[in-house]
Design a protein around this ligand. Structure first.
Ligand code: TXE
Length: 517
């Protein structure tokens, strides 16, 4: 093991099972076991030390073919024939296995993404388990319907059945690898599909562990597969593959569009959960103490690497100054440090390239005339690490990049408004529609605003709440289709309409037809 990693692990008493999990090459998980194929290895870096953690298999199209064959044969074999209640039991067993390995999984997220281990445990691991448990309950409740035909002559029986859509590819981003994996995996398994996951090449560890646990608790081989490798190789191969029936993607809007176009060539079902630039309206009637702390949590969680981050605040002129002062004070108190330090809230960004991308956005905000309030105010840092301090700009205008583009880092923009209609128009401007938040103690005002804001998820006096029973997904350039909630199930099901003509039915005579008219 690399010396820097060993020292880092020793400083935070990292359990031996974590060390043994990463102190070896990481392959793919196909057909119920780990395989080491592909073109060599990709270096996996730990974001706090910026040192090599391990190497992961650099998969090729041939590995995707292997995974598709394994997933198809499981679908046509034991998994396809398994009664729903048995599927439910397996899913619950997987959730239980994850619960008993919660410490390992939280460590894997913290060293892979660089995120706070406290958040990894309370949000990522807990959320992934809850999601599996919720969807396990759905396995036994997926029904078609019997309908009365309304225009057919004679006597018929008409009904629908819901079948698994087939082999599902899940392309997962690096910000919440375990949780977003669970969003796709749980619903797909509940519907009886088989799954090929492609984690981000930056963060493959937790997906590999979940696939191993699935094999250990008894999932038939080929039901849960993981193929590792570079996004534009493995992701594109999955999107183009004829043997895949459905693709569920979470990631950036440009890559989502490319993946979507490719997957249409083989007419796949598609879900796209893409970027956002979520507005936050703070009205004159807001409780500012609550608003400031929820806004800070909503934008600086996971060091700002959150798709529904509330990153552009519109504050009513009467509350703007006090809100800004509270945001500044709160941001400056957020503990900065290593992901493995349980006290840290702001931790390194996922990669050097991403840190530079975020810094570039900060530089643009400055050159476009936004007013720096706190954080990386100069737009340049002379440190080599990948940590950026929570940064706030005031006087942002809607045409600035900071108010138009997803930054995906610890950067918050603030602006003022006088007129509510104007605030709503400004909040609704832009291409995205993932989330929006409203802060007000006036219930009528919050309901009215929730109706007028264009976003898939609306938060009132809070930000970023997620529940397995609630669908998550966006409008506009934020994508389409839902993760979680019963709404997600349809994305993994094919509906078949069955018509039965009941034999011996006398043909309708003219008299009959006349009466019917
Ligand atoms: O995302 P990508 P990146 C946004 C965020 C961030 C920016 C860039 O703004 O700054 O995207 O991040 C796989 N065909 N979000 O470049 O590339 C990739 O391996 C098929 C928002 O890391 O979209 C990974 O598994 N797949 C977002 C996944 O796509 C491809 C979360 C997402 O990576 C591919 C992540 C290709 N050509 C980034 N290229 C959110 N909304 O949650 C890459 N991938």
């Amino acid at each position: 093991m690399n010396k820097d990693i060993a020292t880092y692990f020793a400083r935070y008493d990292v359990p031996s099972e974590v060390t043994s999990f990463v102190d070896r090459p990481i392959g793919h998980h196909v057909g119920g076991r780990e395989i080491f194929t592909g073109k060599g290895e990709i270096d996996l870096l730990e974001p706090f030390t910026r040192s090599r953690l391990t190497g992961i298999a650099n998969g090729t199209e041939a590995d995707v073919d292997l995974a598709v064959a394994a997933a198809r044969s499981a679908l046509n074999g034991p998994w396809g024939r398994m009664p729903p209640l048995e599927r439910q039991r397996l899913m619950l067993r997987l959730a239980e296995a994850m619960r008993s390995e919660a410490v390992l999984l939280a460590h894997l997220e913290a060293i892979d993404v660089g995120k706070s281990i406290s958040e990894a445990g309370s949000i990522d691991v807990a959320g992934a388990i809850a999601n599996l448990e919720y969807f396990a309950g759905w396995t036994s409740k997926i029904d078609g319907r019997t309908t009365n035909a309304v225009a057919l002559p004679g006597e018929t029986l008409t009904y629908t059945v819901k079948e698994p859509v087939g082999v599902v590819a899940a392309i997962i981003p690096w910000n919440f690898p375990l949780q977003i994996l669970s969003w796709k995996l749980a619903a797909a398994l509940a519907c009886g599909c088989t799954v090929i996951c492609k984690p981000s090449e930056l963060t493959p560890l937790s997906a590999m562990r979940v696939a191993q646990l699935a094999a250990q608790v008894g999932f038939p081989e080929g039901v849960v597969n993981v193929v590792n490798g570079i996004g534009h190789v493995i992701g594109q191969a999955l999107a183009a593959h004829k043997g895949i029936d459905k693709l569920s993607f979470t990631g950036s809007t440009p890559v989502g569009k490319a993946v979507g176009k490719t997957s249409l060539d083989t007419v796949k079902r598609l879900t796209l959960e893409l970027g956002g630039k979520s507005p936050v309206i703070v009205t004159a009637k807001a409780n500012l103490e609550n608003a400031a702390s929820a806004i800070l949590a909503g934008v600086f969680l996971n060091s700002g690497q959150v798709c529904d981050a509330g990153s552009r605040v519109y504050a009513h002129r009467s509350v703007h100054a006090e809100l800004l002062q509270r945001l500044k004070a709160g941001a400056e108190q957020l503990p900065i440090g290593a992901g493995l330090d349980p006290a840290s809230r702001i931790t390194p960004l996922v990669s050097s390239a991403h840190r530079n991308r975020v810094l570039n956005h900060i530089g643009s905000a400055i050159s476009e005339g936004a007013h720096p309030v706190t954080g990386e105010e100069s737009g340049t840092v002379d440190r080599d690490d990948w940590v950026l301090r929570p940064t706030i700009f005031d006087d942002c205008r809607d045409n600035m990049r900071i108010f138009r583009e997803e930054i995906f880092g610890p950067v918050l923009g603030v602006s003022q408004f006088d007129d509510m209609d104007d605030a709503v128009d400004r909040a609704n401007s832009g291409e995205f529609g993932l989330a929006a938040a409203v802060y007000s103690d006036n219930v009528n005002e919050t309901i009215r605003l929730s109706r007028r804001l264009k976003a898939g998820n609306i938060y009132i006096n809070a930000h970023g709440l997620l529940d397995p029973a609630m669908p998550f997904g966006g409008l506009g350039a934020s994508g389409f289709g839902k993760d979680m909630g019963p709404e997600q199930l349809d994305g993994f099901l094919a509906t078949k309409s069955i018509y039965v003509q009941i034999a011996g039915d006398p043909p309708l005579d003219e008299d009959h037809m006349e009466k019917a008219r």
